[in-house]
Structures are given as structure tokens and as C-alpha cells.
Design a binder for this molecule. Structure first.
Ligand code: ARG
Length: 593
């Protein structure tokens, strides 16, 4: 088990819980109790207290005394500490803890004035490579392609923020049979092109014979033809093998596919606000494959089987994991082969210590085989490989999402639908030139928040009507809440940067302060488990708690200037946190909406 980020940073400065645990640890030491039970956590019964310590129960067994007595001893020991306003032992042995308002306000003020809003960095940065996006050349992005970049991009932001060294790779699908299909289809369309002339020795045209839009029409046609006719598929396979072996004309034609596709894809991902450090693909490791396979055969990690070369990966008799095929009997290399060679490259050239794949969970078996083969073949020693396998996006019928006509929906169509929902909103005080930008921001917030707020492994129903609501756990609600704080602060004019949060003057103010202490926990959970939904959950809690606070606590209308300033500072911290968390989710907040 690797340590979680908070365990790595077990100093009292990072989370309120660890600070309180340190106070309890001291008391436990005084009392001669095992300090591993001195853990303080957020209360499971917020109506009773803010925090709790349950250590008396396990201690009772060791000490052979009633848990309530032990709890009372502990309470006696700590109750003089002025950071507590109420601390009590209750049956059977819980300790309920409520902080003094002064202490809570001091804590939140520190977060407000901390550049990292109280969040720790990892002790020793890890070199992490992230593999997400995974688009295929010549196929336009469709709705099934949305989850990987959204989850992957959020995780790369979180990992970077926590201090790791991250390199993200889009890992284009550019080397499979679909390439041969395209080549054969274009040969049918334009047989006279020089790419197909075996005796051609000149230089090939600079311009692509096909545009990216044409490619996206050619591909389904080619694919359908190969599905219907085995001999067509055979031709496509042969063309793929020739391409992989370096056929000059095919390579030149293929390069056009790559160039036009990358250009379009870069635009699509930029529109989504998703960024990649590397634009590599399956084809980039072709040169590593032959030596890798040779080595695996020599060392007996791989073996020949019915003309193919395979790596058995099952561990023992009962393990039914099928072997990974490295080379097919026709000599073509497979998806797993390029994935293995890519691991080799990532470890050797990029010094990756951890590789995270954000890919549909239907590929779980594939990654299981690849990771096992990589370990067996010794190409990833001490490298942690993780598959973040996400669920499917379904229609209201619970089946994979389709357009009304029954086809696969393009990603751009989906975003446009979100835009048209967003444009239904009456936008206030927005200059004409900011209108489109605001609508875009609402649309992206709608889609991104909806996607990221699910536990990534679950399938979910894509219901734009629901996601576009301005109430509940939705992107628009979050934006609306943040914009509202912006507007409150704007109306009050410039406020000092190092403002002070004051002891709460009512319960909703106290609750808001308490929630705002939880940011490091939300970030840590996301980091440790690669689960963005913790951030969504946190952002929602912050927004909802603020809105409740604001309904009960006037800010502009508050006559007492000291009180007003404290509330302004609290609103500033709320806004900072919302901006920060939504930023990690890849969501931008407009000025007005
Ligand atoms: N292009 C692949 C697909 O469409 C996804 C690639 C995922 N990444 C990887 N290294 N295998 O299924």
C-alpha cells in the first residue's frame, strides 16, 4: 500500500482533522493510551457535534475498562484547551467535539491567506504519464469519446497541483486495421494516385487527397464493406501489414490521414478545454516492436502458438486470463503489442514511474493482459500502472446513447445541444460580445459537471434536461452560485486582500466555515483514488452551504462594518475555493450570467 497524500504530509498544518488528532495524541500520551486511536474525524452526526473521536471503544478492549470511562478520562484531559467550546463523552464511548468559533475563524482565515488554500503537496514528486483521449485517426469524436478527456484532464490538473510531474499523451489510434481499410477504400476511389503505383520513385504530393470530413465518410463505408465481405477485410489486413512494414506509398498516404486528423482533433480538444503534452500514437513505437518481440522470445516470456507469438499471462491453473497476442500469424502487430512497446518507451525515454490509463472499462481485460505482460517481460520494473476504467454514457432507455435517428451522436452535436439549452437562460447585464462566451461556459459546465460528478466506474444516463437545471447538483447551479458571489463582491467594491474571517455570528455562518476547512480532504481523496466526483461533491456542498448562509446573513445590508467585513472575507474564501475546485474540473466561471 502506498501512503496517501495526507499520510505523507502528516503535519498538523494541512487538515483540521490532523491538527485535532495531534491535540488528542498528546492527551493519549499523557494518559498512557495507544496513540494510534487518537484519530479525530468529521462528525457522522453533524447535528450533535462538528467532530468526533471514537478511540475509546477499541481502547476499552485493551484496557479492560468501560469505554465511557475512558472517553471521560480523555475529555478531562483535553477540555481545558481553548480551541474547544464543547467536548463531551457520550454512551457507549464517543467523544463529541465542537470547536470554538474563534479558533474556527482563525483556521479559515489561514486558508484564505494561503496560496494553496491549505492543500499539501506530495513529499516526493512522481513522474506520472497519463494516457487519455485515445481518439482514432479518421473517425470523428463521438459521444463515447467524451469521458476519457474530461476525467483524464481533471486528473492531470489534480496531479500537477499536488506536485507530481505529469506528462499527458493523447495516444492516437493510428496503426490498426482501420488504416488498411482507408488505404484500400481510397485506392478504389482514386486508383491512379501515385501512392498505389509500386514503381513510383518520385516525391508524393504535399496536399492530402482527402479532407478530414471526407475521411469520416470514407471510414464507415470501408468498415461496412469489410464487415460484409471477408475478402475485403483480408485486403485491408494485408494493406495494414504492408503499411506497418514500411511501404513507401502507403506511409505517405497514411501521413496525410494523420496530419488532417490531428489538426481537427487539436481543435476539438481545445474547444473542450482539454490539453495534452504529447501527441503521440500507436505508430510511434513501431521501431521498438521487433527488438521487443525478439527479446521476449529469447527470454521465453513469449512463445509461438499456431503461427502467432503470444505471451501467456495467466497466474496458475485457475486463472483464465487469455494470453496476450504479440504478433498474429499474418505478421501484423496488435493493439496490445503497441501498448507494450509504448510502456517500454514511457519507462525508458520518459522515466515514467506511474502510468495512468483513462479508458472505457470495457477494455479492462486488455489492460489486465498488458500490465501482466509488461511485468513479466520486465519492461516496467517498479512502475505502477493503473487503469481508470469508466462506465458508459447511456440514453434514457438505459442503452448506450444514440441520436434520435439511432446513430452515434457526434461530440460536437452534443455540445451544441448543451449550448442551445444554455441559451434559453435569460442572461442579465451581459454585453453582446460576451454572450456567446457565457453560453459556452454554461454549456461546458453542464456537460463536464454532469460527467465528473458520477463515480467514474458507473454507467450513467445522459439527461441534458436534468443536467441543465439551475437547481441541484448541476454545473449551472455551481456557476450561478459562484457568479452570485462575484456580483455581491463587485457591488461592495474593492476589499483588502488579507481580510479576516470573524467568529461566526449565526449557525449557517459557522457551518459554512466548517465546510470550507474540508478542501484538502476533497483534493486528497481525488488524488489518492483518481476519483473526480469528490471534487464535484465538495463544490456542491460549498455552494449550497454558502447559499443558505447568504439567505440568513445580510452582507451589503449589514450595518455593523466589522461584521460586514468578516462576511466579505468569508465570501471571498468561498469564491476562491469554488474557482479553484471548478478549475480542477476544467470548468470556467463567467463574470455574469
Ligand atoms: N484508441 C483506443 C480506442 O479507441 C483507445 C486507446 C486507449 N489507450 C491505450 N493506450 N490503449 O479504443
Amino acid at each position: 500500500m502506498t501512503k496517501t497524500i495526507l499520510q505523507q504530509n502528516n503535519t498538523s498544518t494541512h487538515t483540521l482533522e490532523s491538527y485535532l488528532s495531534a491535540v488528542f495524541t498528546e492527551a493519549f500520551t499523557e494518559l498512557g493510551f495507544d496513540t494510534s486511536y487518537a484519530k479525530v474525524q468529521l462528525s457522522a452526526r453533524p447535528e450533535l457535534s462538528q467532530f468526533q473521536c471514537n478511540g475509546a471503544m477499541p481502547l476499552a478492549k485493551i484496557q479492560k475498562r468501560a469505554p465511557l470511562q475512558i472517553a471521560q478520562d480523555i475529555v478531562e484531559q483535553v477540555k481545558g484547551n481553548l480551541i474547544f467550546t464543547e467536548i463531551s463523552a457520550i454512551a457507549p464511548g464517543f467523544i463529541n467535539i465542537t470547536l470554538s468559533d474563534t479558533f474556527l475563524a482563525r483556521w479559515t482565515t489561514e486558508i484564505l491567506n494561503d496560496q494553496r488554500l491549505g492543500c499539501p503537496k506530495v513529499h516526493t514528486p512522481t513522474k506520472v504519464m497519463m494516457d487519455f483521449g485515445g481518439p482514432n485517426v479518421a473517425k470523428p469524436l463521438h459521444i463515447g469519446h467524451i469521458r476519457s478527456p474530461l476525467i483524464g484532464d481533471c486528473l492531470q490538473r489534480v496531479y500537477r497541483f499536488c506536485g507530481d510531474e505529469v506528462l499527458s499523451d493523447v495516444h492516437l489510434g493510428d496503426w490498426g486495421t482501420q488504416m488498411g481499410m482507408l488505404i484500400e477504400e481510397i485506392k478504389k476511389m482514386y486508383p491512379d494516385l501515385p501512392y498505389f503505383d509500386e514503381s513510383f520513385t518520385g516525391s508524393y504530393p504535399k496536399e492530402s487527397p482527402v479532407t478530414v470530413d471526407e475521411l469520416s465518410e470514407i471510414y464507415p463505408r470501408a468498415s461496412a464493406r469489410c464487415k460484409a465481405d471477408e475478402s475485403e477485410l483480408e485486403k485491408a489486413r494485408l494493406a495494414t501489414a504492408k503499411l506497418q512494414q514500411g511501404h513507401r506509398g502507403y506511409l505517405a498516404l497514411w501521413q496525410h490521414f494523420i496530419d488532417v486528423s490531428i489538426k481537427a482533433l487539436k481543435q476539438d480538444y481545445a474547444d473542450l478545454g482539454v490539453y495534452f503534452d504529447l501527441w503521440k500514437g500507436e505508430s510511434d513505437v513501431q521501431h521498438l516492436i521487433e527488438p521487443m518481440v525478439k527479446d521476449a522470445l529469447e527470454k521465453h516470456y513469449a512463445e509461438k502458438s499456431q503461427g502467432a507469438i503470444i505471451v501467456p499471462v495467466a497466474k496458475g491453473e485457475s486463472d483464465k486470463t487469455p494470453p496476450l497476442i504479440l504478433v498474429k500469424s499474418d505478421g501484423a502487430v496488435m493493439y496490445g503489442t503497441t501498448d507494450l512497446a509504448t510502456i517500454l518507451e514511457r519507462v525508458r525515454d520518459y522515466k515514467a514511474q506511474k502510468i495512468i490509463y483513462v479508458v472505457d472499462k470495457r477494455q479492462s481485460l486488455h489492460f489486465k493482459q498488458v500490465f501482466a505482460a509488461a511485468k513479466k517481460m520486465g519492461i516496467a520494473p517498479n512502475v505502477e500502472m493503473v487503469h481508470i476504467g469508466f462506465g458508459t454514457l447511456n440514453g434514457k432507455d438505459g442503452k448506450p446513447f444514440k441520436t434520435r435517428a439511432g446513430g452515434v451522436m457526434r461530440l460536437s452535436t452534443l455540445i451544441d445541444e448543451a449550448r442551445s439549452r444554455a441559451s434559453l437562460r435569460e442572461l442579465h447585464d451581459i454585453p453582446e460580445n460576451a454572450r456567446q462566451d457565457t453560453i459556452d461556459k454554461i454549456a461546458f459546465a453542464t456537460v463536464k459537471f454532469a460527467d465528473l460528478s458520477n463515480v467514474y466506474t458507473s454507467d450513467y444516463i445522459f439527461d441534458l434536461d436534468k443536467f441543465s437545471q439551475y437547481e441541484g447538483k448541476t454545473g449551472p447551479y455551481l456557476l450561478y452560485s459562484a457568479v452570485r458571489i462575484k456580483s455581491i463582491l463587485r457591488k461592495l467594491g474593492q476589499v483588502e486582500a488579507t481580510s479576516k474571517i470573524l467568529p461566526a455570528s449565526n449557525d449557517s455562518e459557522r457551518k459554512l466555515q466548517l465546510v470550507l476547512t474540508q478542501l484538502p480532504n476533497a483534493v486528497a481523496k481525488t488524488y489518492d483514488k483518481c476519483e473526480p466526483h469528490h471534487l464535484c461533491e465538495y463544490a456542491y456542498q460549498v455552494a449550497a452551504t454558502f447559499n443558505k448562509f447568504y439567505a440568513e446573513s445580510p452582507i451589503a445590508g449589514e450595518q455593523n462594518i466589522t461584521l460586514q467585513n468578516g462576511r466579505i472575507a468569508l465570501s471571498q474564501l468561498t469564491l476562491k475555493q469554488l474557482e479553484f475546485v471548478l478549475g480542477l474540473l476544467g470548468i470556467e466561471i463567467p463574470e455574469r450570467m
